[in-house]
Design a protein around this ligand. Structure first.
Ligand SMILES: *Cc1c(COP(=O)(O)O)cnc(C)c1O
Length: 388
């Protein structure tokens, strides 16, 4: 193992699986047709490849291939879901319900909708990061169109109870969207069992390429989404623009690998995470795991090291060639403590002392031991520093 490249930031993005790359390559140089070209063999080959990918992506979540709308990633899928649904159902109501720990691509979209005159309720979470189902029930009114609750949180890995939330949405006749970017391919997800109407996905969080994602849009009963981009009417009118054929092929291959290896991989990645947590908890007695330790995706742990400074931890780990993320939302330069950890009720100091370590398919036990030793060393010396 080369200590100069230990990557524990798989929640930010993942290495593309070599098999995914191999599958994509022909679609750059030989089968480079436009999937919308209906009149010739180049177009047909591209369209056939896109259809195969659509099937693989739909299969991962129990959907039909005709329910998959390709986008440039989960950020676009989230924008399309929220803006597209609120626009399409403007005659039914103007109210959106979402949660305080959502990814910025949901939170900022909700803010934009509010500025445009929609009403938004942002539900809080408890210390474990979970939404209170009674608060959700109370928030839904006759004017509510859509509830959007993420499947797994990108900072803590905490899994919401989608089944219960979906059931409430069904009972109250409101649509249910989930940002499943961190959960898909890591835990089993089925849009029927969970009563989901719209689901956002991204390829690059599951060992696929960057710049391609999808929005699942339920067909029965049919969910309407107003296009947010005008053009050639691709993707059944919901998302115009020439399809990213190599990216889509890679996304499909990535989903197929996840579907096949999910059971074994979720166990092996969880075992690595548990080994890391056990080592850190034992050596740093004041440390604790942020969020519900049971309902989590396998690869993410978020740990507070009270008394330590997360920014300093991050900097010193970087100097040792270890890549992790601070609790601060997506930005190690931001001085703001993580909005997500603050929503869980952490003090500003504890939020600032927190690190997100996210593991994946390509990490090893040797790397876990190397990272654990480094974190312990840095936390201990910073504790000595504050004591003196
Ligand atoms: C990464 C991420 C996104 C954004 O996905 P992109 O494909 O990078 O736009 C959205 N939601 C969650 C939960 C994420 O982790």
């Amino acid at each position: 193992m080369s200590p100069s490249a230990v990557y524990f930031d798989n929640a930010a993005t993942t290495r593309v699986d070599p098999h995914v790359v191999d599958t994509m390559l022909p679609y750059f140089t030989s089968d480079y047709g436009n999937a919308a070209s209906r009149a010739h063999i180049f177009g047909w080959a591209a369209e056939a490849a896109v259809t195969d990918a659509r099937r693989a992506i739909a299969a991962l979540i129990g959907a039909d291939e005709r329910e998959i709308v390709f986008t440039s990633g989960a950020t676009e899928s989230n924008n399309l879901a929220l803006k597209g649904v609120m626009e399409a159902y403007a005659d039914r109501g103007d109210h959106l319900v979402t949660v305080a720990t959502e990814h910025p691509s949901i939170a900022d979209t909700a803010t934009a909708l509010q500025r445009a005159g929609k009403r938004v309720t942002t539900l809080g979470v408890d210390r474990s990061g979970l939404v209170d189902l009674n608060a959700l029930r109370d928030a839904i009114s006759g004017r509510t169109v859509l509830v959007s609750v993420m499947a797994a949180n990108n900072e803590t890995g905490v899994l919401q109870n989608l089944d219960a939330i979906g059931t409430i949405c069904r009972e109250r006749h409101v649509l249910f969207h989930t940002d499943a970017t961190q959960a898909a391919g890591k835990v089993p997800l089925d849009i029927e069992l969970l009563h989901v109407d719209l689901m956002s996905l991204s390829a690059h969080k599951i060992y696929g390429p960057k710049g391609v994602g999808a929005l699942f849009v339920r067909r029965e009963p049919r969910v309407r989404v107003a296009a947010q981009m005008d053009g050639g009417g691709h993707e059944r009118g919901m998302r115009s623009g020439t399809l990213n054929v190599p990216g889509i092929v890679g996304f499909g291959a990535a989903c197929a690998i996840c579907a096949e290896s999910l059971a074994a991989e979720s166990q092996s990645v969880a075992a690595l995470r548990d080994r890391l947590e056990a080592a850190l908890m034992e050596a740093c007695p004041r440390s604790f795991v942020n969020g519900d330790a049971k309902n989590r995706v396998p690869g993410i742990t978020n740990i507070a090291f009270p008394g330590a400074d997360g920014g300093q931890l991050l900097k010193q780990l970087t100097e040792r060639g270890i890549t992790v993320s601070s609790g601060s939302a997506c930005s190690s330069t931001s001085l703001e403590p993580s909005r997500v950890l603050r929503a869980l009720g952490l003090s500003e100091a504890d939020a600032r002392s927190s690190l997100r370590l996210s593991l994946g398919r390509f990490n090893t036990a040797a790397e876990v031991d190397f990272v654990a030793a480094a974190v312990i060393d840095i936390v201990r010396s910073s504790a000595r520093g504050t004591a003196s």
